[in-house]
Design a protein around this ligand. Structure first.
Ligand code: NDP
Length: 244
């Protein structure tokens, strides 16, 4: 209630529902993504529906100069930060490693790993100054279990988990908490991005599965950030009931 929450990748899917869950709970949200039109529409919608403050930030997390130039002033204008949800990410291409492109691999590494690192580097000083805060990283079950065609994506999500654990250790003397959320298959536009816009192939991912919904993940994110100061939830794995 009345906290300051920064969500990256808030224009769609899990990030959008995380921002909504916090807004519904009475928190103020700073929402970021590359699509300015979507950010503006979400701001208008949330402010009307939930009566909270919404700041927007057009940000490409994979561009270090963008993050370095924009995140600090945005947080200062927002009045600080209590929770960072490092959610922006993507899978791109899902071909056997031998057939995959280096370009797709670089995009995933730059976004999922380096993007998360740049944003965290920009945000952490604010939390260290206050001696408290909470970083929630969106990992994946892909970071635990590799699957065919997912070598690079899986590697990026394993890196997300290890970055979280390392940062948690390095800030152990503070009241900063770090959590990794590791969802399995969640029904979002993610698969369409993954298959280079092939909507039909994307829909096939959810065939025969009662997929986890982005709201389900958002509820868990809200829950982990609402625990007493004395405890932290370090990891949560979320699977569809029918997911092997
Ligand atoms: P969506 O495609 O619906 O959302 C992805 C979000 O990330 C969008 O808001 C997009 O915003 C943002 N984004 C992508 N690239 C960048 C970038 N370079 N800079 C800034 N923002 C960016 O996918 P999901 O909601 O499914 O994915 C969210 C997170 O959840 C990702 O990290 C994904 O790896 C993870 N995840 C997803 C699962 C699933 O099955 N859906 C399972 C496990 C984890 P914009 O385009 O406006 O920049």
């Amino acid at each position: 209630m009345n906290r300051k929450i920064f969500v990256t990748g808030a224009t769609s899917g899990i990030g959008l529902e995380c921002a909504r869950a916090f807004a519904q709970d009475g928190d103020n949200v700073l929402i970021a993504g590359r699509r300015a039109d979507r950010l503006a529409a979400i701001k208008e919608d949330f402010e009307q529906q939930y009566g909270i403050r919404v700041d927007t930030l057009v940000l490409d997390v994979s561009k270090r100069e963008d993050v370095d130039a924009k995140v600090k002033p945005a947080i200062e204008a927002f009045g600080g930060i209590d929770v960072l949800v490092n959610n922006a990410g993507l899978a791109q291409g899902l071909d056997p490693f031998q057939d995959s492109t280096v370009e797709d691999a670089v995009t995933m590494i730059n976004t999922n790993v380096l993007g998360l690192l740049y944003v965290t580097k920009a945000v952490l000083p604010f939390m260290i100054d206050k001696n408290e805060g909470h970083i929630v990283n969106m990992g994946s079950t892909a970071g635990i279990y590799a699957y065919p065609g997912g070598a690079v994506y899986c590697a990026t999500k394993a890196a997300v988990k290890m970055l979280a654990d390392g940062i948690r250790m390095d800030t152990i003397a503070t009241d900063i908490k770090v959590t990794t959320i590791q969802p399995g298959i969640v029904e979002t536009p993610f698969s369409e991005v993954r298959f280079h816009g092939d909507a039909e192939r994307a829909a096939s991912v959810y065939a025969g599965i009662d997929a986890v919904q982005p709201q389900d993940v958002a509820d868990v994110v809200l829950y982990v950030t609402n625990q007493p100061k004395r405890m932290q939830i370090t990891d949560v794995t979320i699977m569809a009931n029918q997911q092997a």
